[in-house]
Design a protein around this ligand. Sequence first.
Ligand SMILES: *Cc1c(COP(=O)(O)O)cnc(C)c1O
Length: 407
Amino acid sequence: MASFGYNTRCFALWRKAKKMPLKPETIAARGGRQAPSPNRPLSPPIYQTSVYTFESLDEVDLVWEEEKDGFIYGRYGTPNTAMLEDLLAALEGAEAAVVSSSGMGALSALFMTLLSPGDHLIAGRDLYGSSTALLAQEIRRMGVEISFVDATSPEKVFTALTPRTRAVFVEAISNPLLKLVDIHALAATLRELEIALIVDASLASPAVLRPMELGANIVVQSATKMLSGHSDTTAGAVLGPKRIIDRVRDTQLRLGTNLGPFDAWLVTRGVRTLAVRLEKQCESALALARFLESCPRVERVYYPGLPSHPQHDLAVRLFRGRFGALLSFDLEDGEEGVKRFFEKLRLIEFAPSFGDTATTWSYPARTSHRGLSPAGKRALGIGPGLVRLSVGLEALDDLLRDLGRAL
Ligand SMILES: *Cc1c(COP(=O)(O)O)cnc(C)c1O
């Protein structure tokens, strides 16, 4: 059988040699590996194997040197990760992609690839908490200088540039206050200086925003969130030019942040419905944001789709009519108000992640930003009454009723 992964040649040859009947233990250990049907299944199978077989030493050389298609060992990549990488690269409009065991795995492999001692990195000031920690506590130890700046202002980013700046790392939509970065403006200047612009677009997903089209060089996704969409796996991806992605893949091979076949399969399945999920989620999020703005107990709503958002015009330009599935709001009475809200909700559950088919809420002061001092939280605008909502696929009326009762 020619197709990769099902080379049972030795076993079949042995069985044909009737003079050498196999013992039951041998059959149990070796049999049942031949795919029974030669036609292609519509849904890709899960290649749950950590290693591949070879028919000759020549084949070993050819596959190892990438002169022949084939797989070697789980950490080097599997058919399921390769299929997912193809899919994600096409979705983002990137030349290539490499997937990782989590968003943090993707970021770790990327920064370790791009940065060397003495390099300077400019990073957004209100990044995802673990990303800030990765940079400040791990990457800095490599001898990389890092400046955290308010990336909502391109001028502040440009002011922080030094002759050693290798890259600028921002989040397209910040968490939890949903501030936007003008990717287009940053990209135009950084391109001239040959400084890489890296955009984490996990909150948006390619259904809402495609940073490559706006000039970003590298995109990072926590596929744990919108891409997989069902809260059943952690995964990440780095997307960009093949020459960079190949290097990230090499780093990952050594770090061991590879994604397992079943998890890759789950993300692939999630991506099938990304567009329809996000269409509905964004529509409901806008309706809920408008409703919350009309609630007397809500002091302020943060959603790029509302004209009251300070960067609404930029959102219209970047997102082409959809504004994401996440919104945040300040409840009056701070933490006491949040506790009452928690007790009164019936449908919407507390879960410190986002992107599920179920609408969930989170409390940044005690989850994503709990490591910050009260002053640190204040500096970022994360008050004691701040609630974040990830809008799912329920009927809008049911969500409005639950929020209405809790408020
Ligand atoms: C969740 C998240 C990450 C980290 O991804 P994991 O899959 O949890 O490792 C990075 N960036 C953003 C914006 C995220 O929301």
